[in-house]
Write a protein that binds this ligand. Structure first.
Ligand code: ADP
Ligand code: MG
Length: 256
């Protein structure tokens, strides 16, 4: 590349706020000359570099902003240890049509069966594909909404959350809710109904939710909204954490 063209590209890349173009233009031009690329192939290669730099930047930032307790992916998930969820169902969810359609995903099942893992994996996928995501336990969501309510800005907070396409609510049912917490949880579910997606996990069946939330009638209405447009995935079987350790765990139990 001639000196003046290189300087002009550097200037134009800055003007476009496309730093990666500035960084790769000369190197790719050398490769293009050596390999005899068409003009179009060179332009495509340069633009691809910029696009993937932007994607991975934004993706990493969104994954961080989502506050996942750990980053898990579908690639780390072993579908052979449990057949209660089909790889196909999850692969379909990973296409993220459910986000566009404001549908929900609900994982139910005993501890250690991969509910949180799969929730995070779908969330990471969404974040990397350009969607904002926020992860918290049910208790943390309720605390956050409770603080907003006390500050007199619950509606504002729900509106703010409505701008996030995917909220993940983990561990519904680990701790029973008092009536105030239950009401906040119901408000969250209704505020997103047919507008935005939720991924919810619980170690309790829906029939046990009445006990967690206290008010069977309100719970029925809430579950109705939650599952009206949802993929409900029921996990079964033994804990992945305890796999192959059942003997030791049981013996340890007896020795205690
Ligand atoms: P749950 O939320 O259902 O209690 P987790 O998703 O937290 O369970 O799973 C417990 C641990 O086991 C996590 O570290 C998770 O990554 C791992 N795990 C669970 N199921 C699988 C699986 N099928 N393949 C790989 N890791 C798994
Ligand atoms: Mg979990």
């Amino acid at each position: 590349m001639t000196g003046s063209a290189a300087a002009e590209i550097a200037y134009l890349a800055r003007a476009l706020r496309a730093p990666r173009i500035g960084a790769v233009a000369a190197r790719l031009a050398d490769r293009a000359r050596e390999a005899g690329w068409a003009y179009e192939a060179y332009l495509a290669a340069v633009l691809t570099e910029e696009v993937s730099a932007r994607d991975s930047h934004g993706g990493a930032a969104r994954v961080k902003a989502a506050r996942f307790p750990a980053v898990k992916t579908l690639d780390d998930f072993d579908f052979t240890v449990q057949t209660s969820v089909s790889r196909q169902t999850i692969a379909h969810l990973a296409e993220l049509d459910f986000l566009a359609e404001a549908k929900n995903v609900v994982f139910l099942g005993p501890p250690g069966t991969g509910k949180t893992h799969l929730s995070i994996a779908l969330g990471v996928r969404a974040a990397r594909r350009g969607h904002r995501v926020a992860f918290a336990t049910a208790q943390q969501w309720v605390n956050r909404l409770g603080a907003a309510k006390r500050a007199g800005r619950l509606d504002e907070e729900l509106e703010r959350l409505a701008r996030i396409p995917l909220l993940i609510v983990d561990e519904v049912g680990y701790i029973p809710f008092d009536p105030e917490a239950a009401a906040l949880f119901f408000a969250l579910v209704s505020s997103r109904y047919e507008r935005r997606s939720l991924i919810v996990s619980s170690n309790k069946t829906f029939s046990a939710w009445a006990e967690i939330f206290g008010d069977p009638v309100a719970v029925a209405a809430m579950v109705d909204r939650l599952v009206h447009h949802a993929e409900v995935i029921v996990r079964k079987g033994e804990s992945y954490r305890l796999r192959g350790k059942r003997e030791e765990v049981l013996t340890a139990d007896k020795e205690r």
